[in-house]
Design a protein around this ligand. Structure first.
Ligand SMILES: Nc1nc2c(ncn2[C@@H]2O[C@H](COP(=O)(O)OP(=O)(O)O)[C@@H](O)[C@H]2O)c(=O)[nH]1
Ligand SMILES: [Mg+2]
Length: 236
């Protein structure tokens, strides 16, 4: 069985080596697929070096910034094409700890789609800046209210078996940024796949900057309303 972990990167030179080492430490046999959107720092150089020394490191280099959702779509498509049986997706900035791989993989055999949750236990985003907590909780309430999703639907840390989830589900989300995550969760729920949530502690990034901009938050809000009206009111 071939497994891979998909990691989108945009100027993550300070984080990827640390994450790479942590992934190796899990001793789980998987390929590591970086999807870089034309980082202007040394991210690509580091990824290339890693792939030279370790055949398990693969990469997709894209020519411009197309968004985190689009990076996931391209990488997931590649993984299906290359016939990987299991996919994990995660951020590069140290927020997602590979120590959860084992339990995520175990659950992926029992359920169709495994996601991670910041709300299942207390203090899972304890060290996050107040404004990020506010965004996270507000988004959670809005997604719950308008789409009826009670999951923590917007995290990127996920795991599934490719034979259980058809590739086209990921492309039914037309969003290419952060809304991709809740939209895919919504699609998966609509199609009645089983979803399992693992509580994980998320560490706020210590190095490098978040790529989430104010425009992403506003756009995401409008996008949520658009999906709500189209699907619930217009029934399209
Ligand atoms: N390839 C690619 N990666 C991205 C893009 N935007 C963000 N990322 C990566 O996606 C992950 C999550 O982004 P981050 O800035 O940490 O978002 P935040 O956690 O919501 O603040 C990180 O690994 C980023 O480097 C993008 O447009 N393209
Ligand atoms: Mg982050």
């Amino acid at each position: 069985m071939r497994s891979c972990v998909i990691i989108p990167t945009l100027n993550e030179e300070k984080n990827i080596l640390k994450l790479y080492k942590k992934i190796l430490k899990t001793k789980i046999n998987l390929d590591i697929l970086f999807v870089d959107d034309n980082s202007t720092d040394n991210t690509r150089l580091i990824v290339k070096k890693l792939s030279k020394n370790n055949k398990k490191v693969k990469f997709i280099f894209r020519n411009n910034k197309k968004g985190i959702g689009s990076a996931h779509k391209d990488a997931i498509k590649y993984a299906y094409k290359k016939k990987y049986s299991l996919i994990i997706t995660m951020d590069a900035d140290g927020t997602h700890d590979p120590k959860y791989f084992k339990s995520m993989i175990k659950k992926a055999y029992m359920y169709d789609y495994v996601i991670t949750s910041r709300f299942k236990k207390e203090n899972l985003i304890k060290d996050w800046p107040i404004e990020r907590k506010l965004i996270t909780y507000t988004r959670h309430i809005l997604v719950k209210t308008f789409l009826g999703l009670s999951y923590d639907a917007s995290g990127a840390y996920r795991c599934f078996l490719t034979k259980k989830i058809p590739l086209n589900i990921f492309f039914q989300s037309k969003n290419n940024d952060y809304a991709f995550f809740w939209e895919v969760t919504y699609q998966i729920k609509l199609k009645q796949y089983t979803i399992y949530e693992i509580p994980v502690k998320l560490v706020y990034r210590k190095l490098g900057k978040s790529k989430m901009k104010f425009k992403h938050i506003i756009y995401s809000l409008f996008y949520l309303m658009k999906i709500f009206f189209e699907r619930k009111i217009l029934k399209v």
